[in-house]
Design a protein around this ligand. Sequence first.
Ligand SMILES: Nc1ncnc2c1ncn2[C@@H]1O[C@H](COP(=O)(O)OP(=O)(O)OP(=O)(O)O)[C@@H](O)[C@H]1O
Ligand SMILES: [Mg+2]
Length: 435
Amino acid sequence: DSLTVFFLLGYLFILNWRLTLIVAVLLPAIGWLVSKINRRLRRLNREHQLLTNELSYIVEETVGGYKVVKVHNGEQYEMSRFGEMSRRLRGYQMRMTVSGGLAQPLTQFLASIALAIVVTIAVVQASHDQTTVGGFVAFVTSMLLVISPLKHLIDVNQPLQRGMTAAELIFGLIDEPAEPEGGGKPLERARGEIEFRDVSFAYGPEGRPILESVYFSAAPGEMIALAGPSGSGKTTLVNLLPRFFDPSGGQILVDGVPLPEYDIHALRSQIAMVSQDVTLFNDTVANNVAYGQTADPERVEHALRAANLWDTIAALPEGAATLVGDNGMKLSGGQRQRLAIARAIYKDAPILILDEATSALDSESERHVQAALETLMKGRTTLVIAHRLSTIERADRILVMEAGRIVERGSHQQLLEQRGLYAHLHKIQFQQHAA
Ligand SMILES: Nc1ncnc2c1ncn2[C@@H]1O[C@H](COP(=O)(O)OP(=O)(O)OP(=O)(O)O)[C@@H](O)[C@H]1O
Ligand SMILES: [Mg+2]
């Protein structure tokens, strides 16, 4: 269409350059209008896309969080949120339709005015014998021929604009820097020596510091416990080890080598992690335990036994082939946590991170699981986070954190004798226990 327009204009110019010049003045005016409408369409499109996203978030949240919605009687609120968003979405849709619908009649209207002007001038020229009937007919025919491809070019615009905005959003995501692959250094099986050297960290470049000059080291096989008030940065600290984030200052070393030098997959295969919030996949128990590897039934059973979950699973009609539902919906909180522990056991990695791994268990199963974990910890370097201090008493070293710093360090006995924060926390828990 662009080519047709181009050549027809050239032909028009040869036929009658004066008239064509006039057309050439009128055309940009139409072009200007079209681009004006385009810009509006694009802006509306972007808003429309964003609102659509938001609408799907609302639906997702409401469906996913239906328990919270119900128990707080939030149906009305969610409905009004959804209604409001749909209303705005409809508003944008309407405005887009209006702008899109306006483009055609407006340009055609302007085109007919232009045509009228051209015809008038041609008539004047004819009366002065400056053009022939043949020339005039050829001119008008060619001009009419220009209109159809021009119209196509304008029509193709709306879908194009929509595609452009969608592409902008998608490429925005694709252009996000990918996770660093790490250096090429392979790591078959780490000995498990960990060292934090003056590590500091903030979420985002402008975030407040969450960790400040944290240093400690763990020899292979040692158990290091992290204690301290909620929000003091314990989870953040252990998340640095598998490089979910990189520290903003300082260095972390495994086996004496800074983390960025390792191939990131090799590094991560050294680490088994039971995190504060358990994630399960809508798959079978066995595949959840063996996640990332092919499930070997014997090893799965062994891991489940060690996590004190085998009896429960074996009693299910389909055993380890039972589907656990969305994020393990069909399991209890404690069972989910034990499944996560079984997953860590199955992974058999030299570094073990336990973030509140036994917090959802009753005292009875905690004792069992604790025993299993202790067997598991043998020969592995373990970082344990626990609010229940009784579970970390036998750690080789306890690091007590407060507001991103390690304020005390030592064994359980040493820390009690220091009569600092740890002793204080311990005293409170002990009193609660006695009560
Ligand atoms: N993704 C994040 N973005 C921004 N800030 C965060 C993020 N995750 C945690 N924080 C902040 O970092 C601080 C430390 O959080 P962290 O989860 O490490 O605490 P914690 O010691 O594990 O606490 P708890 O014992 O309650 O689990 C908190 O103040 C929190 O607000
Ligand atoms: Mg935490």
